[in-house]
Structures are given as C-alpha cells and as structure tokens.
Design a protein around this ligand. Structure first.
Ligand code: AMP
Ligand code: GLY
Length: 422
C-alpha cells in the first residue's frame, strides 16, 4: 500500500512512524512535512488547503490512501476532493468536519444526540456581551468563565478565567475581529481525550489519553495547542471508555448519519470527567496533537490497514485493536515566546535520538535543523508504567539544545503519583 500523509506536525511524524511499522505499507509520502519527516517519507511542498492540489499530488504518486492530519484542510473539504478523484481518504467530508469547524454546529449536534456538554450561548453582538457574561462564570455560581472563538483557533482561542475583566477583554477582542464568541458553563474534573476510528455508525475507540493545555507547570499560564500528553489513563474507571463510546460517540455518529453527513475518519471526543459523569468539552474531526504521539507509540495493530479499512467502508470487519503493555508519555519542546509569537530560526542540536518527533522544524541550506514554529519537537518515552515512560522522555529532552526553548516538567506526574481521582 502506498500512503500519502497530509500535515507537518509531530502528529504526522507519529502517523508516519506507525504506518512504517505496518508490513503492508510499502511507500510513504508526506506534504508538506518537516525536517524530521523528510528522513522517513518522500516530501512534497503543496498547498494542503487546496483539495485540487492534494488530489493531483495523490494521483501523480498513485497512492492507495491519503491520511489527512490537520483540521484546516478537512474543514475546507480536501477529503471530498481526494475521494472525488477516486482515491481512498482517511478523514471526514467537509460537511462532517463541521463538528469541529463550527463550535455552534458541534453543540447543536450534541443536543440533538442527547449528549451531555456545557451549557452555551453564542454572542455575535458586542451590545449583548455584558448581559451574557452575567449568565455564566462566578456571577452565575460557576467556577470560571469559558470564552471561546466560535471558529478554528488551534486550541488557543479559549480563555478560562474567574476574572470577569479578562473574560470580557477576550470576548470583546474576538468580537472586534469579527469572530462570534461562544460562552460556556465551566466543566470541572480531569480531562480525557478519546480517539475513535469511525465509519458511519461503526466506532472503534483507541486508548484514552490526557493532554496538558496550559503552557506552565501546574496548569498555569495561557492555553496552548498542547504541551504534552500520556496514555493510557490508570485513574480512569474501567468501564468508562465503553460508557463514552456507547452513550456519547455512537449517538453523535448516528446523528451525523441521519443528517446525511456520515463521518469517516477520526472522531476525537474531548471530555471532562465531572462528578456527574463524563461531559463533552468538544469534538474534533482528526487525531489530536500531542495525544497521537503516546497513543500510536502503544498501538500494535497495523495502522495502514486500520485506516484503509475505515476509508473504504470495511471498519466493522476489522479485528479488535491490539496494544502494547505499559505506558507512553510525550513532552513538547516549545520555542521561546510560545504560545504568543514564537521565536524561529534557532539551531536545534542533540535531537537525533529515537523518540524525538519533529513539528516546527526545517532544514537550513547549510544542513542545520532550525526551529520554524511554536511547538518544535515532541519527545516520546515509553516504559512499563507512567513513571518509567516519563523518565525516558525527560532524559531525552534534557539533552536537546534549542536557545530560549521551554517545556513542562509535570507531564503525567500527577497520574504517575496516583493523585488523580474521579
Ligand atoms: P477547546 O479549544 O474547546 O478544546 O478548549 C481548550 C481547553 O480549554 C480545553 O481542553 C479545556 O482545558 C478548557 N475548556 C474548554 N471548555 C471548557 C469548559 N466548558 N469547562 C472547562 N474547561 C474548558
Ligand atoms: N490536543 C488538542 C488538540 O489536538 O486539539
């Protein structure tokens, strides 16, 4: 099988590594990729937001399967263009991708499917903002205001704060820029990311993972795209994944089928495990980054065959997924200043080690690998348990040099120490 992966992050690097372990995958390409993925796949520089450009590349390379990593091309309908060209594609249609592309659509879908999620209101008129803020946050007895950009914002459009002035300022800034604002009630409890391979009404869950959104240790500072992750979750009650699949993911997948927008690809449920049970924070239409890195590090099932089955309507015939014992932890090395405007162009050294996945990197003309984005590297460690996996990841990250870079030191720490309970 010849496979083309679309994207350029550590998620796509992890996808390539897992695809390469599949004996049926004989050829790997990526567009546009990064300095790390260039070592394991043929790299092509095309505009990945253009369905026509991606479909043309897929035809030229005569691939059997296209796997689309990021949400932006999916929301723009790139998967539809690939399928129209007669090539199997892992990734939902433009219609189905609205589950992530419009938070308001996602909310409406969840309500129709009877799935528990935060109460919410869309504000698109600045004159209505103050009254709306009164109905949320500490002013209505909740722990914090949750203020979101209604569109795609790479995880950085969300502010969760008990400070009304900060909540108001974020909302007003979004409205000023012409973006509708979504206000939500605050969901407490530990978060879970559950990736499900979905084809229509068939839902196959992967190992549950947890992401670390805030930039600083102990969940301080602004939200980021994700600073680290681990899998599996030793603190999650045993039947919880089945409960989430049966009562949350399947009803939503079925609702999409009913509406003629059947989902084919990776449906990612982001949940809070509250005192009243799981509630959905959001659905995403693709693999999460950085959770993909630890989850795929533990996958034994050949990934190419799994994604191809989903892309060709045969997911229900696949055998159950197989996982390695033990745990995996990924720690993100971020550039100076991330998540605001990151410094780029710095030389990275000490990264030629197993377990180092590339994200914002490129190769300079003189051959040096330099930073080119906010999240620069994703370091993956595996081990018999979370402590061992943490040790493996942190040992590697300590030996990498990138001026001004930073990383969190507490990824998976609370879970490894048994400090998370539900
Ligand atoms: P999102 O972009 O919707 O995934 O939000 C980013 C992060 O903000 C989530 O992973 C949560 O940590 C936090 N968050 C979003 N919505 C809520 C909510 N309703 N209650 C509590 N935290 C939230
Ligand atoms: N890890 C969060 C996301 O991929 O949206």
């Amino acid at each position: 099988m010849r496979v083309l992966v679309i994207g350029s992050g550590a998620r796509e690097h992890a996808l390539l590594l897992a695809l390469r372990r599949d004996p049926r995958v004989e050829d790997l390409s990526i567009a546009p990729g990064n300095a790390g993925t260039a070592a394991i796949a043929d790299q092509y520089d095309v505009d990945i937001t253009s369905g026509e450009a991606v479909a043309r590349l897929a035809q030229r390379l005569e691939v059997d399967l296209v796997v689309i990593g990021p949400e932006v091309p999916l929301v723009l309908g790139v998967a539809d263009a690939v399928r129209s060209a007669g090539i199997a594609c892992f990734g939902p249609s433009k219609d189905a991708a609205r589950i992530e592309g419009s938070k308001a659509f996602g909310k409406e879908l969840m309500t129709a499917a009877g799935v528990r999620t935060a109460r919410s209101e869309v504000v698109d008129n600045p004159a209505h903002l103050d009254a709306a803020l009164d109905r949320f946050g500490p002013d209505s007895g909740e722990a914090a205001w949750v203020v979101k950009d209604d569109g795609l914002a790479a995880g950085k459009g969300v502010v969760v704060t008990a400070d009304r002035a900060a909540a108001r300022a974020h909302a007003a800034g979004l409205l000023d820029a012409g973006h509708p604002v979504l206000l939500e009630s605050y969901l407490d409890g530990p978060e879970v990311s559950l990736f499900c391979v979905v084809d229509g009404e068939t839902v196959v869950p992967m190992l549950p993972a947890q992401d670390f959104k805030r930039v600083g240790d102990d969940d301080t500072g602004p939200n980021t795209g994700g600073m680290g992750a681990y899998a599996p979750l030793p603190w999650l009650p045993e039947n919880m994944v089945t409960h989430i699949v049966d009562d949350i993911v399947k009803p939503v997948a079925t609702e999409l089928v009913k509406r003629g927008s059947s989902f084919s690809g990776l449906l990612y449920a982001g949940l809070s495990i509250t005192s009243r049970g799981p509630a959905v924070i959001e659905f995403n239409c693709r693999f999460g980054d950085p959770e993909t890195q630890p989850v795929l590090a533990l996958l034994q099932t050949p990934l190419g065959q799994l994604l191809y089955a989903a892309a060709t309507g045969r997911l229900a015939d696949e055998p159950p997924l197989q996982w390695r014992d033990g745990a995996a932890v990924t720690v993100v090395l971020a550039a100076e200043n991330y998540p605001s405007r990151p410094r780029v162009g710095d030389v990275i050294t000490g990264a030629e080690v197993e377990g180092v996945l590339h994200a914002g990197t490129s190769r300079r003309e003189d051959g040096a690998v330099v930073s080119s984005g906010g999240r620069v590297l994703s370091i993956v460690g595996t081990g018999a348990d979370l402590s061992a996996a943490r040790e493996a990841a942190y040992q590697v990250i300590e030996s990498i040099r990138l001026p001004g870079s930073h990383f969190r030191r507490d990824i998976a720490l609370a879970a490894a120490e048994g400090r998370i309970s539900v």
